[in-house]
Design a protein around this ligand. Sequence first.
Ligand code: HEM
Length: 230
Amino acid sequence: ADGLHAPVLPWDHKKPLATFDHAAVRRGYQVYKEVCAACHSLDRIAWRNLVGVSHTENEVKAMAEENEYTDGPNDVGDMFQRPGKLSDYMPRPYANEEQARAGNAGALPPDLSLMIKARHGGADYVYSLLTGYQDPPAGIEIREGLNFNPYFPGGAIGMARVLYDGLVEYEDGTPATTSQMAKDVTVFLSWAAEPEMDDRKKMGMKAVTMLAILTGLSVYLKRHKWASMK
Ligand code: HEM
C-alpha cells in the first residue's frame, strides 16, 4: 500500500525568488550530524559545499579536521590517515552495506544526498515521516524491529522515531522541538539535494532584470526614433 499522502507545507525555498533559509540549513546540518549521521551517509556533499552556505570557511575547516581520512599511497606505497580537509566528502557511518544492515536489524539506511528528490512528496514526505511515528491502529501488528509510520509505504519502517523535543541544543537559541528539528533537517536535505539552487535563482533574477532594462531601452529608442513621423 502507498503511504499516507504528506500534507503540502509552505517551504521558503520553494517560492520562485526565495533562496534557502540559511539559518535553517545551519540548524539542519547540526541535526544531521548529531542524529542522522549515526546511520545515514551523505555521499554527494563535500565539506567545501557548506562554506558560505551554512558556515564560514574557518568553521568548516575545523569541522573537517575532526575526522580522519585514509589517503595514499605515499612515496613508499603506503596508505595513511590524515585529518579531513575542505575537498573531502562527508564521512560515512558504516564501512559497507553488510555492516549497515547488521547495525539496523537487516534494514539499510539509504544515503540521504538525493532523498528529497528520490521520494514522492520530497520535503513534505521527509518532514511527515520524521514527525509521523505513532502507535499502530488497533488490529495492525507490527513485526519486531519495525515501527509504525503511516507515511512510509507499507506502514512498517525499519527506522525508529529519532527526533524528540530537546534532543539537540541550537546555538541560535531556537527551541529544538521535534517539529523544528524535522523542519530544519528537511531544509538541510533539500539544500543537499540541490546545492546549486540559490545560484540558479540569483542568475535567473539577474537575467530577468537585464531583459527588463533592455526591453525598456528598446521601447524608448523606438519611440524616440519614430517620434518625428506622423
Ligand atoms: C530510512 C531520514 C536518522 C535508520 C530513512 C529514510 C529517510 C530517513 C528519509 C527513507 C524512508 C524511505 O525509504 O522512504 C532520516 C533522518 C534522520 C534519520 C532525516 C535524522 C533526523 C536515522 C537513524 C537511524 C536510521 C539515527 C539508525 C539508528 C534508518 C533505516 C532506514 C532509514 C534502517 C531504512 C528503513 C526501511 O527501509 O525500512 N531515514 N533518518 N535513520 N533510516 Fe533514517
